[in-house]
Design a protein around this ligand. Structure first.
Ligand code: 6LW
Length: 498
């Protein structure tokens, strides 16, 4: 039992894990997040205490579930999911904005396998939620906020779509709806204000799942807009009961760094905050990066290993690729204990690049990887999207650094290197103690290691150009390996929080 005064760190799922949806099954909790252009899609997490989360897989891990055409833009693809448990199985409803629209998946084990999609052609809108009422009607509620009854087994709609509530008058983008039966009411939780600095969470209630809904007099029940709180853009929430019956909220937030306007670089992360109920309305506690430890025992699960030696045959679930991952182009079976990437594109500029990366989950970190370019070329990249990435690339006898910032692409530095495998390195250092309002959030230093381990820093680049405020969109940095020509072989990849 945590001693009084103990705290746990928030975000509970750091790094680019936006639009969290959570459900409880007995003593187990499961969460799902959006994943946009990355494959596999929809990371799934398990927890026993709402604080420590372990990724157990990705719901969409085959092309029959996740079509991401090459013309699917970054920050397209898989938008916000809703994860629920009903009638003995797990249900996951989500929008693929780049192909097929709203889709419904089921599984008996959330670690997978998940089913092929049931399409919902009659459901129009993003951020679909799914909820069943007492007589078994399945209500699908989408951004706007509109609702339609569906048959979840066939995907057909069972009546007209009706507008339920459009949030606080004047607030934009009523989205992320979730519907709950709690006590004598049905509660409709939404995000509004847009997923940027004005984001907030509002709620309304009704006696029946299809309304009419009465807005909470204290809306928004959570927002950090206009504050100097270190967590910003707070919104897109889901409610869940803790092991002791108390209520909690998971939601997305960002941790901007640097001067004005502030830049967030590791995406919208999943945070946890307690919720109380007063007069039949939720009252949200203080959302901070030091969360008072809950009253129940904590169960720290296995964290993502910092180093991966690619000895397991399959890639661990935290590895993501861009749009697709053909087995023949990303394999640990060609060279035992190595990850072989076979080039399709020439660089991270290309929509069809061969890339395998993991989300940057700490504001300062070090990434190293041993690469053998005897059969091609490749390197390490810090990626936000095709127009915003920093690469350190090895080819036979040379290492060079390339920066892609919007329309600009330039080789920033290059250095001859001895033949043979070489360790490439990326170091991200968050700016501490901002004195200059024009300061960026961090510095990205890239280079390689001499055979004796000495770090040769070839370039230190301003990290603001790899922030969402500059690049736009909905994702965060992913740091990974890529092939630029032929085959690039990686013996190991090491990620170290600093
Ligand atoms: C998502 C919407 C949102 O569909 O951003 O934060 C969109 N809220 O609800 C993409 O994440």
């Amino acid at each position: 039992m945590p001693e009084t005064g103990a705290t746990v760190s928030n975000p509970v799922i750091p790094g680019f894990h936006p639009d969290p949806s959570v459900c409880r099954v007995g003593e187990d909790y499961y969460a799902a997040c959006s994943s946009f252009e990355y494959f596999p899609g929809i990371p799934l997490f398990h927890s026993r205490d709402l604080v420590h989360w372990t990724q157990i897989g990705n719901a969409l891990d085959r092309p029959s579930q996740l079509r991401l055409p090459l013309d699917a833009p970054s920050s397209g693809g898989i938008y916000a999911p809703t994860l629920r448990h009903h009638d003995g199985r797990f249900w996951l409803i989500v929008t693929n904005v780049s192909a097929d629209g709203n889709l419904l998946f089921t599984a008996t084990d959330p670690a997978g396998p998940w089913s092929d999609p049931v399409r919902l052609p009659g459901v129009h809108g993003i951020d679909p939620d799914i909820a069943w009422d007492e007589d078994g009607t399945c209500w699908c509620t989408v951004a706007g906020v509109a609702q339609v009854a569906i048959d979840p087994r066939t995907g057909e709609t069972l009546g007209p779509s009706r507008r339920l509530w459009s949030g606080t008058p004047g607030a934009k983008a009523p989205e992320a709806p979730h519907l709950y039966r709690i006590g004598d009411h049905w509660y409709l939780l939404i995000a509004e204000g847009g997923t940027e600095r004005c984001h907030g969470v509002s709620v309304a209630r009704a006696r029946t799942p299809d309304g009419p809904f009465e807005p909470c007099p204290d809306n928004p029940v959570l927002t950090h807009r206009g504050t100097d709180r270190p967590i910003q853009n707070t919104g897109h929430a889901d409610l869940v009961q803790g092991p002791d019956g108390s209520w909690w909220m998971v939601l997305l937030g960002v941790r901007p760094g640097g001067g004005s306007p502030g830049w967030h670089v590791i995406g919208r992360e999943t945070f946890l905050v307690p919720v109380d109920w007063v007069d039949g309305w939720p009252v949200v506690g203080d959302l901070s990066t030091d969360l008072p430890a809950p009253s129940w025992p904590l169960h720290p699960g296995p964290s993502v290993p910092g180093r991966d030696d690619f000895d397991l045959g399959e890639l661990a679930p935290h590895w993501v690729s861009v749009r697709r991952r053909p087995a023949e182009d990303c394999t640990t079976k060609e060279r035992a204990g190595w990850l072989t990437l076979r080039a399709r594109g020439r660089s991270l500029d290309d929509a069809d690049v061969t890339f395998a990366g993991r989300r940057q989950q700490h504001l300062s970190c070090r990434v190293r990887a041993l690469i053998d370019v005897s059969e091609g070329s490749g390197g390490l990249a810090v990626r936000l999207d095709e127009q915003h990435h920093y690469d350190v690339e090895a080819s036979s006898g040379e290492v060079r650094v390339r920066a892609r910032i919007g329309p600009l692409s330039t080789v920033v530095a290059s250095r001859p290197t001895p033949p043979g495998p070489v360790v490439l390195r990326v170091e991200v250092a968050a700016v501490q103690g901002v004195n200059d309002p024009r300061s960026g959030p961090d510095t990205v230093t890239v280079g390689f290691e001499e055979p004796d381990g000495t770090f040769v820093a070839l370039a230190s680049l301003d990290g603001r150009y790899l922030s969402t405020e500059v690049a736009g969109g909905f994702t965060g940095r992913v740091i990974g390996m890529y092939a630029a020509s032929g085959s690039a072989h990686f013996d190991w990849f090491a990620y170290e929080p600093l």
